[in-house]
Design a protein around this ligand. Structure first.
Ligand code: ADP
Ligand code: MG
Length: 475
C-alpha cells in the first residue's frame, strides 16, 4: 500500500484524545468508562506502550474539580487543625457576600476627645482634627505625636503609647445607669469604628476562623503523578518546627500541614508509575481508597510534626497504577482485589498486525508525534514507510514475531531525531534517509555496546577488568 498524502501535515489527528492512543483498543474503551464511572485502573505493560499517556488522557476527560480543601487553626487544640471542604458554589457565594460590618463607624469628632487624641486625629494643643497619618497639626503646626505640646503633657501618667490604633474606654452614664466597656479603632479611611467589648470579641473570634491554609485549591490539575517510594509525598506530612514547643515564636501547626499526592488527586487521577515501588505504603493507599479520606500527620516520629494530626482529609481519587508484568507479584493482593472490585486490569499490547488499517494508524502516530514536538518538520510518505520498517524490525527483535511494534516511545525517539536532522539541514520534510540515519543513532546503550564488543557479556567483562585494575592501583 502506498500512502496517499504528500506529507504528514495532511493527516487528520482525531479530536478525541482516546483515538490518539494507537493499538490499545481495550485500554481506550475501558478508559472512557473509568472517567465516567470513577473506577480504578491497573495498566500492565512494556515500557513505552502508552501507560502514562492513557492515564493523562483519563485525567483530561474528567470535569474540573468542585471542591476546595483547607485546614484551619483549632483554637482549643492547635495540634489538631481542622479540615473544611467548600464547594465551588459555596466559594462563589462567599466571594459575593458583603463583608459583615462590626460595630459602628463614627466621625473622629464624635468620639470622646481623649480617644480622638490617642488615635492621632485631634491635636492635643489646639483641638483641631486632621488625618492620623499627618505628623503635624495643620492648624497650629505642633507635633501631634508628642505630648510636650500638651498643656499637661508632663503630668499625664502611665506608659500609654503616644498614638495607638485601638483605645479602650468606659461609657458611663449615671443617670441612665449605663456602664459599658467600649473599643475605638482607627479605620483605614480615617474614621473611627466604635464597638462594644462583646462585638470586639466576637469579631476577633470570627477573624480567628480566617486562620486557614488552602491545602488543595479549587483550580488544580486533575492529573497527579507519583514515581518512586516516597511515603511523605504520597500521604502528606506536617513539617518539623524547631520552635514547635514555643507557640509564641513557632509556626502554628496548621501552617505546617502539607497534603499528599492522594489528597492533591482528590476528584482527579492519581497515577502511580511503577506502582509496586511504594512497597509497604500499599496498605495506606488501600485504606485511603476505601475511606476516601486519610489523615495527615508528621511522618518522621522524631519531628515536632508527629504530634500534629489532621483527621479526615478527603482523597477521593481515581487510581491508575502502572507496572511491568514482572512486578505483578509485588502488588499487594488486597490492593489488587480492591482495584479489580471497583475497576479494571488491562494488559497492554506490545505489537499489532501489519495490515492496511494499522499502517494508517502508524502514519497517524507519526503525524501526532511531529505536531506534539512542534520543533520538527512533517514527514514524507517514504519516511513513514521507513518508520514502519523500523517498527517491524523492533517487533521481530523484541517480541520475536511479525507485526508492528507498539513500543512506541522508541519510534517516537527515532522520529524526533530524524526531525532534528532535517531541521539542522533546513530541510522542509523528514525523508526516509533521515529516518534510517536516526535509527542508527537511536540505538540503545546495550545495542551500541554489542556492536563495539561483540556482545554485552564481553562489554561487561571489559568494564569489570578496567575497574579491578583501577582497584589494584589504588590499593
Ligand atoms: N499507544 C500509544 N499511542 C500513541 N502514542 C504512544 C503510545 N504509546 C506510547 N506513545 C508515545 O510514546 C510516548 C511515551 O509513552 P508512555 O505513555 O510514557 O509509555 P509508558 O508509560 O507505557 O512507558 C508517549 O508520550 C507517546 O508519544
Ligand atoms: Mg510511563
Amino acid at each position: 500500500m502506498g500512502f496517499d498524502f504528500e506529507s504528514t501535515a495532511e493527516i487528520m489527528i482525531p479530536k478525541d484524545p482516546l483515538a490518539r492512543v494507537i493499538g490499545q483498543e481495550q485500554a481506550a474503551s475501558v478508559s472512557r468508562i473509568i472517567a465516567k464511572q470513577k473506577r480504578h485502573l491497573l495498566l500492565v505493560g512494556a515500557p513505552g506502550t502508552g501507560k502514562s499517556m492513557i492515564a493523562r488522557t483519563i485525567a483530561g476527560l474528567l470535569p474540573p474539580p468542585e471542591e476546595e480543601i483547607s485546614v484551619f487553626h483549632n483554637a482549643e487544640r492547635p495540634e489538631r487543625p481542622l479540615i473544611s471542604v467548600k464547594s465551588r458554589a459555596m466559594l462563589e457565594l462567599e466571594k459575593n457576600e458583603k463583608k459583615k460590618e462590626w460595630g459602628e463607624i463614627i466621625e473622629p469628632y464624635e468620639a470622646p476627645s481623649f480617644v480622638s487624641e490617642r488615635l492621632g486625629f485631634r491635636c492635643r494643643r489646639c483641638g483641631d482634627f486632621s488625618s492620623p497619618r499627618a505628623l503635624y497639626c495643620k492648624t497650629c503646626g505642633s507635633d501631634k505625636q508628642s505630648r510636650r505640646d500638651h498643656p499637661f503633657g508632663d503630668l499625664i501618667p502611665g506608659s500609654q503609647p503616644e498614638s495607638s490604633s485601638i483605645v479602650h474606654a468606659m461609657r458611663i452614664d449615671e443617670e441612665e445607669g449605663i456602664n459599658e466597656p467600649l473599643v475605638f479603632e482607627k479605620t483605614e479611611d480615617d474614621k473611627i469604628r466604635r464597638l462594644t467589648q462583646k462585638e470586639f470579641e466576637a469579631r476577633n473570634k470570627a477573624n480567628a476562623k480566617k486562620l486557614r491554609k488552602i491545602l488543595v485549591p479549587l483550580t488544580r490539575p486533575t492529573f497527579v503523578q507519583l514515581a518512586g517510594n516516597n511515603e511523605t509525598e504520597l500521604l502528606g506530612d506536617v513539617r518539623h518546627d524547631p520552635y514547635g514547643s514555643h507557640p509564641e515564636i513557632g509556626t502554628p501547626p496548621y501552617l505546617r500541614v502539607t497534603p499528599g499526592a492522594i489528597h492533591e488527586a482528590h476528584e482527579g487521577v492519581l497515577y502511580l508509575d511503577e506502582m509496586t515501588t511504594i512497597g509497604e505504603a500499599q496498605k495506606y493507599l488501600l485504606s485511603a481508597m476505601q475511606e476516601k479520606s486519610f489523615l495527615i500527620t508528621g511522618r518522621n516520629p522524631s519531628s515536632a510534626g508527629s504530634t500534629v494530626r489532621v483527621e479526615n482529609v478527603p482523597c477521593d481519587f481515581i487510581l491508575v497504577g502502572a507496572m511491568n508484568i514482572n512486578d505483578l507479584p509485588a502488588l499487594s493482593p488486597a490492593l489488587r482485589s480492591r482495584i479489580r472490585g471497583s475497576g479494571y486490569e488491562v494488559v497492554l499490547n506490545t505489537h499489532m498486525d501489519d495490515n492496511d488499517a494499522n499502517r494508517s494508524k502508524m502514519a497517524q502516530f507519526v503525524a501526532q508525534e511531529i505536531r506534539k514536538d512542534g520543533r520538527v518538520p512533517h514527514a514524507t510518505p517514504e519516511a513513514v514507510e521507513g518508520v514502519l520498517a523500523e517498527s517491524r524490525k523492533i517487533c521481530r527483535a523484541t517480541d520475536n514475531t511479525s507485526g508492528l511494534t507498539l513500543r512506541l516511545r522508541i519510534l517516537s525517539g527515532i522520529i524526533k531525531l530524524a526531525g532534528d536532522l532535517a531541521s539542522v539541514n533546513d530541510e522542509e520534510l523528514i525523508t526516509a534517509s533521515h529516518i534510517s540515519q536516526a535509527s542508527r543513532q537511536a540505538k540503545s546503550a546495550e545495542e551500541q555496546l554489542e556492536e563495539k564488543y561483540g556482545n554485552i557479556w564481553n562489554a561487561a567483562m571489559a568494564d569489570h577488568g578496567s575497574t579491578s585494575k583501577r582497584g589494584t592501583e589504588t590499593a
